[in-house]
Design a protein around this ligand. Structure first.
Ligand code: ACO
Length: 441
């Protein structure tokens, strides 16, 4: 399902060292404009330099639309606010992966497929016992996901002629098993027996049950908690060419299988500048609380550090206004905490931090607003999910986006091995001196 940008027929003229090159002007379906520089190096000998890819469109994609200036986020055209209010996570996952919302029949089929693939090979269960006690669950998650390719080697090569059916099964398997792997890694970390998936429970309820029930104490599945989890996962489900998704596409461009590509995405997501920020936010709030310093004092030290310290959960590469996902999560914080009868001092601290930062010229002038990670941890804590698992929760949510983007790339005839250029700044040619050459064999 590849839709292409439109060639407007216009050109942008680039004059360089006496030569003029006409760059085709393309537009996307929401009117964003791009200059096609595919012939730049061939025609001029020059490449572009764009640290962090601030201006580089690495692909065309019909999955997610994001306008960072206006705070708009849509999956396959549907506003994320509408999906968060009216849909369940598995339906949104289906939408992202297949391009349309499932009808009643497709919903039933998808649900039954997710049930069918929810178990892990029993041998994989033993892997969990070999990790050291302090192993971070993101490391375990990534290793377990790449290990899936050893149990399901039929998809070990991402071949262009791979039957569609094999890809779809791998995608479903991954969607279902990641939830089981995540819950098992938590159970392992607290030394409790694993709880197997149940076919009578829907995706989010099933996950909560695997996390929190035990042979001695069944878990009371509250619909409000299930709903909150659905919303959180929906809000994380895709975010166009972010760091982890770009990692999935880049690794996938070498034609490696879906499991290995997603494992790379999990590693990228782990970083504190990306998905790992949700854990860092809680660390930061806990530190402020434990130190007894005022929020104002903390904000001042961040400013004085000149970029060495960060206000985690603030700022975004693309949003230069309030992250629409943070708005929804902030609203649901209060209601979830009320339902669970939780009074979390970190929520008040977070509100205060936001209020102070939003009145401070340092943050205002740099367009630093709360992002998706700022309030999500407060809800996860209230549900009982420990902070080491927050980024795993993010990965669960982001998985359909990674799958959809990997599939889209694979189906795009223009998709190439991703291999950026560089501007070499090292020493010019030189030769070994006699003292560099050892006489030993
Ligand atoms: N706290 C304090 N200052 C900040 C913050 C922050 N959270 N974010 C950016 N700044 C400052 C920078 O120091 C820089 O200041 P300067 O102009 O004086 O040098 C300016 O704002 C611009 O920042 P950049 O780092 O150039 O912006 P960039 O787009 O590269 O960074 C990023 C985006 C990485 C998200 C950054 O805002 C950040 O590190 N935030 C904190 C970590 C975080 O919350 N990450 C989650 C992002 S959402 C996601 O990935 C799911």
């Amino acid at each position: 399902m590849n839709t292409h940008s439109t060639d407007t027929g216009e050109t942008a003229e680039l004059t360089f060292r006496g030569k003029t090159l006409s760059l085709p002007v393309l537009t996307g379906s929401e009117g964003e404009v791009a200059l096609d520089i595919a012939n730049l190096r061939k025609a001029t000998g020059a490449v572009t330099r764009d640290y962090g890819y601030l201006n580089t469109g690495s692909c065309e994609s019909a999955i997610t639309f994001l306008d960072g200036e206006k705070g708009i986020l849509r999956y396959r055209g549907y506003p994320v606010e509408e999906l968060a209010e009216k849909s369940r996570f598995v339906e949104v996952a289906y939408l992202l992966i297949n391009g349309h919302m499932p009808d009643a029949n497709e919903r039933r089929q998808w649900s039954s497929l997710l049930n069918q693939h929810s178990m892990m090979h029993e041998d994989m269960r033993h892997f969990f016992y070999r990790y050291p006690e302090r192993a971070h669950p993101m490391a375990i998650l990534s290793a377990m996901v790449v290990s899936l390719s050893t149990f399901y080697p039929e998809l070990s090569q991402h071949r262009p002629d791979e039957p569609e059916e094999a890809i779809n099964i791998a995608a479903t398997r991954l969607m279902s098993k990641l939830r089981t792997i995540a819950a098992f890694s938590y159970k392992k970390s607290i030394g409790e027996p694993f709880v197997y998936p149940r076919h009578d429970l829907k995706y989010c309820a099933n996950f909560l049950n695997m996390m929190f029930s035990s042979p001695v104490c069944p878990y009371d599945i509250k619909p409000e908690v299930v709903q909150a989890l659905n919303v959180l996962l929906i809000l994380h489900a895709d975010h166009e060419q972010n760091c982890s998704t770009s990692a999935v596409r880049l690794v996938g461009s070498a034609r490696v299988n879906l499991y290995a590509s997603v494992a790379a995405g999990i590693c990228a997501l782990w970083g504190p500048l990306h998905g790992g920020a949700n854990q860092m936010v809680i660390d930061m709030l806990e530190d402020i609380l434990a130190s007894g310093r005022s929020v104002k004092d903390y904000v001042e030290s961040v400013k004085a550090s000149k970029g060495k310290e960060l206000l985690y959960g603030f700022g975004h590469r693309v949003y230069k206004t309030y992250d629409p996902r943070a708005k929804i999560i902030k609203r649901s914080c209060d209601s979830v905490l009320k339902v669970l009868n939780v009074n979390d001092p970190l929520l008040d601290l977070a509100f205060e931090l936001e209020e102070i930062a939003m009145r401070d010229d340092y943050f205002v002038s740099r367009n630093l607003y709360p992002n998706v990670d700022f309030y999500s941890g407060i809800i996860y804590r209230a549900i009982g999910i420990p902070k080491e698992m927050f980024t795993v929760m993010f990965a669960l949510g982001r998985l359909p986006g990674w799958i959809a983007q990997w599939k889209e790339a694979r189906e795009d005839p223009r998709f190439k091995l991703q291999r950026p250029r560089q501007i070499y700044t090292g020493p010019r040619i030189r030769h070994l001196e006699p003292e560099h050459i050892s006489s030993e064999a």
